[in-house]
Design a protein around this ligand. Structure first.
Ligand code: PEP
Ligand code: MG
Length: 653
């Protein structure tokens, strides 16, 4: 018997993840030889995707492919070639909505709930509890065994993949491979041998295998643990003859509410049935979230007690970018036409308080396409153009020409309203394949935003030159994310000076979203035309609470008096220097919070387009002196709840 080995460096920024692992297992099946992957002293047979994933192979790691058998040379070469060729396969990027945990228009309490944004978009629909749709079918095959059930689960996933769009199909194929994994089969068999009924054996086996993956404490593998549980649940349902009765979904657009949903269920229900999805479990990078995104169905995950708090049959609005759900008890059941994006249009007239104090209200967008569909809502242009979002699955960095074309089109479409471009906020959870992933124990505290720009100035240079060209078409501002020190600010302003034509009159700003920078506002404002407060990050860093962790959502509290005091100090410092202050984080989309911010001295609010109408209603109905009084009281208040009560003053009924 011959043995061959080859060493391979993994180039995929996401390491060895589910989709390449599925392809490797498939390739290994074509060969007679026994194949293994060895990594850091551990090894896995190329028959099991689960064992391969559990190796925890990361970008830059070296692995050895080993083959024993008659065709070992060919087999090792073929597998090594696949492994070494993973650089172009986009990592399973978290759903777009996860990174811009955009706004939180609905405070917890009230009629609203909050969770983790998983698929962007906004929709109205009737709540349907998944548990109420489950029913038993009459035609359960009488002889069922472990392999038969798992093969059927895999076959169904492959059928779904045939019908699905390209990105969903890849996920569904990988899941089908996972369903046939020998480790899952072995775990189910051994549970069955202990006397458990078949369906319970699958559930228990799912837990056994998921526990192995979770032990790695790697968030990617933890999400795959969720996949295993879903597959085990699908197998258990099949063994019991439990199916989803889609007729129970009714004819109206439906918001599916469940403890958790599987990617296969979402794919089977498809867009025609679903207006939105809300789950108690799940994460923004789960396969269910990715399928929801590719279906274009808004989804919010990790919503505590969603099933209990969102009653079956009641109308609700899901905002997948904000991660919020608002109950509309008693509201008429919407039609499918009304279900998507049904926020009243706004007239593009300026927004002022009753006594004529003008407030700039801009919008947050992540692409030119998004800007085009937001144009009816724009009053004061774009306050935050998240440039990184369009490049998250790119395998090459965008060129100056590409960026110029994109930004020029954005400026032109605003027809004289200002575009504020935020330079790339790559890093943390926004890692495009063209940047080598840095292995960081705490990515949110790592190399992101301007920290990355300082390491890769050529990326910033291309962007600033594009800004300079685009500014020939209309008013433009540019700001840097994640500045921490005054030195960061000085460096950024210097880069703008070097690469942006002074004739272009581009306004220069920085985001204040790191507490150290917010506390240094008095120094920072001396160097810039404006500052824009990123409350999403500022709140997460103030509270040392990751904004992506669902069960810490309660700490992402924008009404916290400490945050308001910090904001007041920023406004005072800026006003004394003649620098204007904007807010582009989620909090600004909540009308009561926005009213407080105006009372504290904020000049501009930049919000998702759908929130402009409600800010107009809220701010045009009060006087500035009322808002200033309320804001001053809020600063002396001890709790977020008390601040919320105060902030209702002047709210239209
Ligand atoms: C923020 O942090 O508030 C912000 C607007 O930036 P992002 O959500 O894109 O991090
Ligand atoms: Mg931010």
């Amino acid at each position: 018997m011959s043995r061959h080995e080859l060493a391979v460096i993994i180039r995929d920024p996401a390491g060895l993840h589910a989709r390449p692992a599925a392809r490797l297992v498939e390739e290994a099946r074509r060969h007679e030889s026994a194949l293994r992957v060895v990594h850091a002293g551990a090894e896995s047979a190329l028959t099991s995707m689960i064992a391969l994933l559990a190796l925890g192979v990361r970008a830059g790691d070296e692995v050895v492919v080993r083959g024993d058998g008659p065709d070992s040379e060919d087999a090792v070469r073929a597998v090594a070639a696949l492994l070494g060729d993973q650089g172009g396969d986009p990592a399973p990027a978290p759903a777009e909505a996860a990174s811009p945990a955009e706004d939180s228009p609905v405070p917890p309490g009230d009629d609203g709930l909050r969770g983790v944004p998983a698929s962007a978009g906004r929709a109205v629909g009737v709540i349907r509890h998944l548990s109420r749709l489950e029913t038993l079918t009459a035609d359960v095959p009488t002889v069922l065994e472990v392999e038969g059930v798992l093969t059927t689960v895999a076959a169904r996933l492959r059928d779904q993949a045939q019908q699905a769009d390209e990105s969903s199909a890849v996920i569904l194929e990988a899941l089908a491979e996972l369903a046939l994994d020998p480790q899952l089969t072995a775990a189910a068999r051994s549970r069955l041998a202990t006397g458990l009924p078949l369906s319970e054996a699958f559930t228990a086996a799912g837990e056994d295998v998921a526990a192995v993956l979770e032990r790695s404490q790697d968030s990617y593998l933890a999400a795959r643990a969720a996949d295993i549980r879903h597959l085990a649940a699908d197998a258990a349902a099949l063994a019991l003859g439990r199916v989803i009765d889609v007729t129970e979904l009714g004819e109206e657009p439906c918001i599916l509410v469940a403890s958790d949903v599987s990617p296969s269920l979402l794919s089977a229900l498809g867009r025609s049935r679903l207006a939105g999805v809300v789950t108690e479990q799940g994460s923004a990078s789960s396969h269910a979230s990715l399928i929801a995104s590719s279906l274009g169905v808004p989804m919010v995950v990790a919503v505590p007690d969603a099933v209990e708090r969102l009653p079956h049959g009641v109308v609700a609005v899901v905002d997948g970018a904000a991660g919020s759900i608002e109950l509309r008890s008693g509201a008429p059941v919407p039609t499918f036409e009304e279900a998507a994006g049904s926020e009243e249009p706004t007239a593009a007239t300026p927004i002022s308080t009753l006594d004529g104090h003008r407030i700039q209200v801009a919008v947050n967008v992540g692409s030119v396409t998004e800007l085009h569909s937001a144009r009816t809502a724009t009053v004061d242009g774009v306050g935050l153009y998240r440039t990184e979002l369009s490049y998250l699955s790119r395998t090459s960095a965008p060129s100056e020409d590409e960026l110029t074309a994109e930004l020029s089109e954005a400026v032109r479409s605003l027809a004289g309203q200002r575009l504020i471009v935020r330079t790339f906020d790559f890093g943390s959870d926004k890692q495009p394949p063209f940047l080598t992933a840095v292995d960081e124990p705490n990515p949110a505290l790592g190399v992101r935003g301007i920290r990355l720009a300082r390491l890769r100035p050529e990326l910033l240079r291309a962007q600033l030159r594009a800004v300079s060209h685009a500014a020939q078409q209309g008013p433009v501002g540019v700001m840097a994310p994640m500045v921490t020190t005054v030195d960061d600010v000085v460096w950024f302003v210097d880069q703008v000076r070097q690469h942006v034509d002074p004739q272009a009159q581009v306004e220069v700003g920085v985001m204040l979203e790191v507490p150290a920078a917010a506390l240094a506002a008095v120094e920072i404002v001396k160097h810039v035309d404006f500052v824009s407060v990123g409350t999403n990050d500022l709140v997460q860093y103030l509270n040392a609470a990751d904004r992506q962790v669902g069960h810490l959502a309660g700490l992402q509290e924008p009404f916290a008096p400490v945050l308001l005091r910090l904001l007041k100090s920023i406004c005072d410092a800026a006003r004394a220097n003649g620098t204007w202050v904007g807010i582009c984080g989620a909090a600004a989309a909540d009308p009561d919070w926005a009213a407080l911010a105006v009372g504290l001295g904020v000049d501009e609010l930049s919000v998702p387009p759908a929130a402009v109408a409600r800010l107009r209603r809220r701010l045009t109905g009060v006087r500035l002196d009322e808002l200033e009084l309320v804001a001053a009281k809020a600063l002396r208040t001890g709790t977020p709840e008390a601040v919320r009560d105060l902030a209702r003053v002047g709210r239209p009924e």
